[in-house]
Design a binder for this molecule. Structure first.
Ligand code: BV8
Ligand code: ZN
Length: 240
C-alpha cells in the first residue's frame, strides 16, 4: 500500500494537499472534535460564530487567547516538514497546500504559501474600519484588543461558522484540486463545508485521493488509499 501510494506521489506532476486540525494534534494543539477540543465545556461551534462574539466578545476572546497561548508553545512536527520537502520537490507549480487550520504551523515549518480557507488566528481585524494586522502577543494588554487605527473592538481574523470564506482563496483552492492528479487529505473529519466539498469535487474530475487519518471519516470508503495512522508518523514514510 505504501509503495503504491509513494509511486502515485512520484508520478503526479500536480499535487494538492488539504489539511485539518489533525495535522497539528501531534504538536499538542487540541482538534475541534477530538479529546481536548472542549474549553470550559463550550463546543467550538458555540464560540466560533458572529452571534457568540456579538453576545459575549470577552468570552470569545478568552477562548482565542487560550488557543493562541497553546499554539505559541507548539512546534511543527515531522509531518509538517515532510509536506515542505514534497513542496520543494514538486516546485511551486506542482504543489498547492490548502489548510482549514488557523494556527500558522505550516508557515512556521516553511510551507511557502498555504491557502488558508478559514483565516489565521494571529491576524486581527477591526469590527469597525477595514484595518487588519498581525498581533503575535499570547496575552493582550489591554484586553480585549482594540484597533490601532480607530480604537474599536478587534476580532480574530478567522472565518466563523455562517461566514463566507475569502473568495479569492476559495477559488484558488477549487482550481488546485481540479487541476491536480492527486490530493492528499490529512487530519480532517471532512464535516465542515465548503472545505470538505473540495474532496468530492476532486474525485468528480478523476483526481486520486490519499487520506491520512487514524479514524474513519465520511470520505474514507471512497478514497484510493486510507492510511489509518497519525500524520507525524506516516507523512515522512509517504513523502520522503
Ligand atoms: C459557510 C475557523 C455560509 C475558526 C472554522 C448551520 C448554520 C450555519 C452554517 C452551517 C450550518 N450547517 C452547516 C453549515 C455550514 C458550516 C458547516 O459546515 N458546519 C458544520 C459544523 C456542519 N460551514 C460554515 O459555516 C462555513 N461558512 O457555510 O457560510 C455562507 C455562504 C455564502 C455566503 C455567506 C455565508 C464556514 C466554516 C468555517 C468555520 N471556521 N475554523 C476557528 O478555528 O476558530 S471551522 C473549524 O473546523 C476549523 O477550521 C477546523 O479546521 C475545521 C474542520 O475541522 P477539522 O480540521 O476536520 O478538525 P476536526 O477536529 O473536526 O477533525 C480532526 C481530524 O483529525 C479527525 O478526523 C481526527 O481523526 C484526525 N486526527 C486526530 N489526530 C490526528 C488526526 N489525523 C492525523 N494525524 C493525527 N495525529
Ligand atoms: Zn478600526
Amino acid at each position: 500500500m505504501l509503495t503504491d501510494a509513494r509511486k502515485l506521489i512520484q508520478q503526479a506532476s500536480h499535487i494538492a494537499v488539504l489539511t485539518g486540525a489533525g495535522i497539528s494534534a501531534e504538536s499538542g494543539i487540541p482538534t475541534f472534535r477530538g479529546p481536548g477540543g472542549l474549553w470550559r465545556n463550550f463546543r467550538p461551534e458555540d464560540l466560533a460564530t458572529p452571534e457568540a462574539f456579538a453576545r459575549d466578545p470577552i468570552l470569545v476572546w478568552e477562548w482565542y487567547q487560550w488557543r493562541r497561548g497553546i499554539i505559541a508553545h507548539a512546534e511543527p512536527h515531522a509531518g509538517h516538514f515532510a509536506l515542505v520537502a514534497l513542496e520543494s520537490r514538486k516546485g511551486r507549480t506542482g504543489f498547492t497546500l490548502i489548510t482549514q487550520n488557523v494556527d500558522g504551523l505550516h508557515d512556521r515549518a516553511g510551507s511557502s504559501a498555504p491557502l488558508k480557507l478559514h483565516g489565521d488566528i494571529w491576524t486581527l481585524r477591526c469590527t469597525c474600519c477595514a484595518h487588519s494586522w498581525v498581533d503575535l502577543r499570547p496575552d493582550f494588554n489591554p484586553f480585549p484588543p482594540a484597533c490601532p487605527e480607530c480604537q474599536s473592538l478587534a476580532r480574530p481574523g478567522v472565518v466563523w461558522f455562517g461566514e463566507s470564506l475569502p473568495q479569492d482563496t476559495w477559488r484558488l483552492a477549487e482550481q488546485a484540486v481540479t487541476f491536480a492528479e492527486l490530493i492528499l487529505v490529512i487530519g480532517t473529519s471532512s464535516v465542515v463545508f465548503p472545505a470538505a466539498g473540495l474532496i468530492p469535487l476532486a474525485r468528480h474530475v478523476g483526481t486520486k485521493v490519499i487520506e491520512v487519518n487514524p479514524e474513519e471519516t465520511p470520505i474514507s470508503d471512497s478514497v484510493d488509499f486510507h492510511f489509518r495512522a497519525p500524520a507525524g508518523e506516516l507523512l515522512p514514510l509517504l513523502l520522503e
